[in-house]
Design a protein around this ligand. Structure first.
Ligand code: AVJ
Length: 338
């Protein structure tokens, strides 16, 4: 077959309805609620994705470096679990810099199809262009979608064993219950030959966690405030982002970082596209993100609730972050092992 009929790059757009309408409905609901809130999935417009990449380089944000260290050390071992051709599916792929380490380890010996799933289409296109240039034999099917739509596509990628990546502590945005439900849905698409790699941030000292989400340079604050700028651009709002302070606190009981935007004064904000005026008291908060941290026992509880077997895990040298290898468990049982 000629290379023309087998394109190395395809982009599938699976945005369910009108993304602007969805954003408008969620913003209206969140800002009229008793305790105001906005969903963290709206952080990732183009500017937000750029700010998140800057967060990953911050001295305080240890997560990306810890996970990269683990992948650098163990990518070959992970690759060796797949004897033949493989499809690598990544949920929330972003700039896919860490993924290069796995592709590097996989590609010399097998054909690899890479299926990144991300809600930010420009980021998908840029990262795919970069990977195609770095890895000439790589085939890419990029899926612009939210996780749930992406899951539907997961079912159609079933001709080869799959390595499903959910890296970067993306699991942290779900409650533990939601994480278990979501993992079970993924599990239900997996065959015994498939594997899932999940990057999980660990519970640790409050000071370390709070610094990671409230950096000295103010990049996380800008990332948080960008949500208000996005409402201004896309929904014709008149937020003054400077009239909101960034706050990140560790809720130790729940084991999660909570991020808020705090109104610095009494103020009213109008959002033209949804015909809404919202009043804020001085000190009133908008809850914008939860980022759950785990103990090993909590990780195992979620994996078990999802019907997944935690086959093994790797940790960075400082013991801050885990990478877990999950499987359906059927494969081993069927072969009579253990
Ligand atoms: C992309 C969800 C993993 O929770 O650490 C970083 C997002 N928010 N700084 C995280 C984030 C503030 C990040 N995740």
């Amino acid at each position: 077959m000629s290379s023309d009929s087998m394109p190395r790059f395809r982009l599938v757009e699976l945005t369910g309805g009108d993304p602007f309408a969805e954003f408008a409905i969620d913003v209206a609901a969140g800002l009229t609620a008793e305790s105001k809130h906005l969903s963290c999935r709206y952080f990732y417009d183009r500017e937000g994705s750029r700010l998140f990449e800057a967060i990953c380089e911050l001295p305080e944000y240890y997560l990306t470096r810890a996970e990269t260290e683990i992948l650098e050390r163990h990518a070959r071992e992970i690759a060796s679990l797949f004897p033949g051709d493989v499809t690598v599916i990544e949920l929330g792929s972003g700039n896919a810099v860490k993924t290069r380490l796995l592709l590097d380890a996989l590609l010399p010996r097998r054909r690899v199809r890479y299926v990144p799933i991300d809600i930010c289409r420009p980021v998908l296109e840029e990262s795919a262009a970069d990977l195609l240039q770095r890895f000439p034999p790589l085939e890419i099917v990029a899926v612009a979608a939210e996780y749930y739509e992406g899951l539907r596509h997961l079912r159609s990628e079933s001709d080869r064993p799959r390595l499903i990546l959910w890296l970067g502590s993306n699991i942290g945005n779900f409650t533990r219950e939601e994480a278990a439900v979501f993992l079970r849905r993924i599990r239900n698409t997996m065959t015994p030959a498939d594997r899932m790699l999940v990057g999980v941030d660990l519970r640790k000292d409050r000071a370390v966690l709070e610094a990671a989400y409230d950096d000295a340079a103010g990049v996380t604050a800008a990332f948080n405030r960008n949500l208000l700028a996005r409402i201004n651009h896309e929904l014709n709002g008149n937020f003054d982002p400077r009239a909101f302070r960034h706050r990140a606190i560790y809720n130790q009981d729940l084991g999660r970082i909570e991020m808020y935007l705090v109104s610095t004064r009494v103020q009213s904000v109008t959002i033209g596209r949804i015909g809404l005026t919202v009043r804020f008291a001085a000190g009133e908060t908008i809850h914008t993100e939860n980022s759950y941290k785990y103990t090993l026992a909590e990780i195992n509880a979620v994996a078990t609730a999802a019907g997944l077997q935690d086959q093994c895990f790797w940790q960075d040298a400082a013991g801050q972050f885990n990478l877990h290898l999950l499987a359906t468990g059927e494969g081993r049982a069927a072969r009579g092992e253990e």
